[in-house]
Design a protein around this ligand. Structure first.
Ligand SMILES: Nc1ncnc2c1ncn2[C@@H]1O[C@H](COP(=O)(O)OP(=O)(O)OP(=O)(O)O)[C@@H](O)[C@H]1O
Length: 807
């Protein structure tokens, strides 16, 4: 079946319906169709209100000339809206009668019919245009409807949200309302009470009036008293004036003291200079002394030699003397014999009884004896001469020995004099150093600065000695012992000065000597904080902890605790008793871990573990110090107990290996000792705290070559250290807001960084030029820390009686 286009169908149906209607109407009314009747299929729009082209056509059909000028009429496809047809027009067109002059005027009829058909076609075309316009409108309306629907949906969601909000507001308002009702009820009760009080007050007022009269009299008296008081006030004002004058004089005195302090510093510098000179003199004297000593030694040797010779000569002399005595005796014997022979000879001569030959023999014998005698006399003479010369030699030797002995004693006297002078100079120097240190400490305490010590570690075994000369130390002037210089390969030099600089040869015990006074003040009731900062592998853990069981390598923590326990025992003799509690925690990846916890629910953290997996510790600050909730506090009474705790903590601490350090601390470690000291004799109580902090090492990611978990760890370390930097910068710049809460580390250390504690920072440096960049960053940071002014250190001390009364 052939489909008919919609508009054609509509046209036909319209026509059919219209004809059918007309028919019906004709049938029902029996007359011609009503001109105003509305066409069934048409939309009730006002498009029919204006005269249309069809109207014109119809008018012309009916012989009316509506539009004389045909050119004014619109084209068939244009302006149809302006030429809308009303239903009356259509009906008129449909009811048009073909009028013929007569029955046989077919031509005329035909012409009229042709005209009529043309008009009908124009009419149909017009309606087709209307229809397409309607379809267009319908499409527009549909899109409008869908737009409206989407708008409505959004509106509905907005409305539902508003409804929800309104509902919550309503419930809030209802809650407030109930609260208000409750407060109203309580206010009413209060009101009742007030009314009853008011009644009582009225009664009281009566009595007050009476009282008032009495008081008026008292007032008179009081006025008189007041006058007396005014006089007193005047007196007090005078006293006050005098006190303020006294205060100004005290201020003057203070500034004088400050001047004295600076003079003392200058004096100290002079003393240092003197010390240098004395040391130079001393070394010269020592050289002199050494040459004198060698001279003395050689003189002693010569003297010894000479005394040996003297002894030998004395022995020789003795022997010669014995020989001479022997010879003398022999000589006397021979003399006696000769005398006897001569007597016999004389007797013989007298008696001539002997023969001539016998006489001859006796005479030769006598001659030989005589020769022998003379020979021996000659020998004795030679020996006596020898003895004489030996005696002279001995005397000269004794003389020279005496001289040497004299010069020796002179030298000994000179040396002992010099040694005395040296000891005196050293004593003065030590005294000067002590005064300098005391003054420096006082100035620092008055300034409220964070003190900074710099420590440069020695070159390690695996480090290239060619990279050494990155760090140098000033040899002359003010900065000796306080300055450090970083030298770049291009020769550029960066000089920094701190409160103290320790070179690589400085031993652990020498470093501790410098901080022992600071540690001691924790026992006096001060908050003390010592922390170590520096790049990874620069010696922070070595400085803070070292090897606790090795006498020469143990660090500041073991040494401080040993001193605290020793001093507390000494103070017991003065009536003090101390209670000490130790705690130790680490901050790893922004999570606090209790290092002394014995529970198994404290496993070492991994960088990717969520903080909820670990126990949550909250940090709180109050007047008594910093508290970390649920942290294990262990009461300790001896160094041995603390040593056990340190071992336990070392087992739990998070360490790892990086490219820069074999045993790198991957967390910030905080050891805290709380000290409560009481002295019943002096009615005193002190509360001291000692915080010893080993920070995790800063490192450049590119240099440390870490990945994965270690990378996250390093990022967390660097982030918290940069928060520390921000805090230091804000304090140094005296900014209103200091971002302590940006990291756990800075929030925990808040009282030490911006409070009233005595704070000391160690900046640790590696000596090789490969670490120069890191060392420069660390030293710059340390210089900033050194310039930070925190509060003046405050001693936490109170009267015991007040505390027990309050409790
Ligand atoms: N003054 C020193 N004398 C001798 N050895 C030292 C000294 N300082 C550091 N060392 C050695 O250097 C190495 C690195 O030191 P340490 O572990 O203390 O560095 P660190 O700054 O704590 O590193 P990290 O931040 O990675 O934990 C260790 O082997 C340590 O014994």
């Amino acid at each position: 079946m052939k489909r008919v286009p919609t508009y054609q169908r509509i046209g036909r149906e319209t026509r059919r319906t219209t004809q059918h209607q007309i028919q019906n109407e004709n049938e029902s009314t029996g007359g011609p169709p009503q001109k105003k009747r509305k066409y069934d299929g048409e939309l009730d729009l006002n498009i029919y209100d204006k005269p249309s082209r069809v109207t014109d056509v119809l008018c012309s059909l009916n012989g009316q000339d509506v539009r004389k000028d045909k050119s004014q009429q619109p084209e068939p496809n244009e302006g149809w809206e302006e030429n809308r047809m009303s239903s009356d027009d259509v009906e008129a067109l449909l009811n048009t009668k073909i009028l013929a002059k007569n029955k046989f005027d077919l031509k005329g009829k035909n012409e009229q019919m042709t005209e009529y058909i043309k008009k009908l076609r124009a009419c149909i075309k017009h309606f087709l245009q209307v229809e397409s316009a309607y379809i267009l409108q319908l499409e527009q309306l549909r899109s409008q409807v869908s737009d409206e629907k989407s708008q409505r949906a959004t509106l509905e969601t907005v409305m539902s949200e508003r409804n929800k909000k309104l509902a919550s507001d309503l419930s809030e308002a209802q809650r407030k309302c109930t609260e208000l009702e409750e407060s109203l009820a309580s206010a009413q009760v209060e009101n009742q009470k007030l009314i009853s009080t008011h009644e009582k007050d009225v009664a009281g007022l009566e009595s007050s009036k009476n009282e008032c009269e009495k008081l008026t009299k008292d007032l008179q008296k009081a006025k008189i008293d007041s006058k007396a008081y005014e006089d007193k006030v005047k007196n007090l004002q005078d006293v006050n004036k005098r006190l303020s004058e006294y205060n100004t004089s005290l201020q003057d005195y203070n500034s004088k003291l400050q001047n004295d302090a600076s003079a003392a510093i200058q004096e100290n510098a002079k003393t240092q200079q003197e010390k240098l000179e004395l040391l130079e003199k001393l070394s010269a004297l020592r050289g002199n002394n050494a040459s004198l000593q060698t001279q003395l030694d050689s003189a002693k040797l010569t003297a010894e030699e000479e005394s040996k010779q003297k002894n030998m000569l004395s022995r020789e002399l003795e022997r010669i003397r014995v020989d001479v005595q022997k010879i003398d005796e022999e000589r006397r014997l021979w003399q006696a014999r000769i005398n006897a022979v001569v007597e016999e000879n004389n007797r013989f001569r007298d008696f001539t009884g002997k023969s001539a030959s016998e006489l001859e023999i006796v005479t030769t014998k006598a001659v030989a004896l005589e020769e022998n005698y003379y020979h021996q006399i000659d020998q004795i003479k030679v020996l006596q001469q020898q003895l004489e010369s030996a005696k002279i030699k001995t005397q000269t030797l004794e003389l020279s020995l005496e001289m040497h002995k004299k010069s020796d004693t002179d030298h000994i006297v000179k040396i002992s004099e010099l040694q005395l002078k040296l000891a005196e100079a050293e004593r003065r120097l030590n005294e000067g150093e002590l005064i300098r240190r005391k003054l420096h400490n006082t100035i620092q305490e008055l300034k409220g600065n964070i003190r900074v010590f710099c420590r440069v570690r020695p070159l390690l075994g695996d480090e290239d000695p060619e990279h050494v000369p990155a760090v140098q130390y000033p040899q002359y002037g003010d900065l000796v012992g306080r300055g450090v210089e970083l030298v770049q390969t291009e020769g550029q030099k960066y000089t920094f000065s701190f409160d103290k600089v320790f070179g690589p040869d400085m031993k652990q015990e020498n470093v501790f000597e410098e901080i022992s006074q600071l540690v001691q003040s924790a026992l006096d009731g001060y908050k003390v904080c010592i922390f170590a900062y520096g790049q990874t592998g620069s010696g922070k853990t070595y400085t803070m902890l070292g090897q606790p069981d090795n006498e020469s390598h143990k660090g500041l923590i073991p040494r401080s605790l040993e001193q605290i326990f020793k001093s507390s025992q000494i103070l017991q003799g003065q009536g003090w008793t101390f209670k000490m509690q130790a705690s130790m925690l680490e901050i790893y990846n922004e999570t606090i871990r209790d290092l002394l916890s014995t529970s198994k629910s404290e496993p070492p953290q991994k960088p990717d573990s969520t903080p909820t997996a670990a126990k949550q510790y909250a940090i709180k600050h109050d007047t008594l110090g910093t508290h970390v909730s649920d942290l294990t506090l262990v009461e300790v009474t001896s160094w041995k107990e603390v040593s056990t705790l340190l071992h336990q903590a070392a087992q739990s601490r998070t360490v790892g290996r990086t490219a820069m350090n074999e045993q790198s601390s991957r967390s910030h470690c905080v050891f805290t000792l709380r000290i409560v000291g009481t002295n019943e004799n002096t009615d005193q109580q002190v509360n001291g705290v000692l915080n010893l902090v080993d920070l995790a090492g800063s490192e450049r990611l590119s240099k440390s070559q870490v990945t994965g978990d270690r990378l996250k760890e390093t990022q967390a370390i660097n982030k918290s250290l940069s928060s520390l930097g921000d805090v230091i910068l804000s304090i140094a710049n005296k900014e209103q807001h200091v971002p302590y809460r940006n990291s756990k580390l800075t929030y925990l250390l808040q009282p030490c960084l911006g409070g009233d504690s005595k704070t000391l920072m160690f900046v640790n440096i590696a000596p090789d030029s490969k670490s120069l960049h890191e060392s420069l960053c660390s030293l710059r940071f340390a210089a900033k820390v050194n310039s930070c002014e925190i509060g003046v250190p405050k001693r936490q001390a109170a009267r015991l009686s007040n505390i027990s009364n309050n409790s």
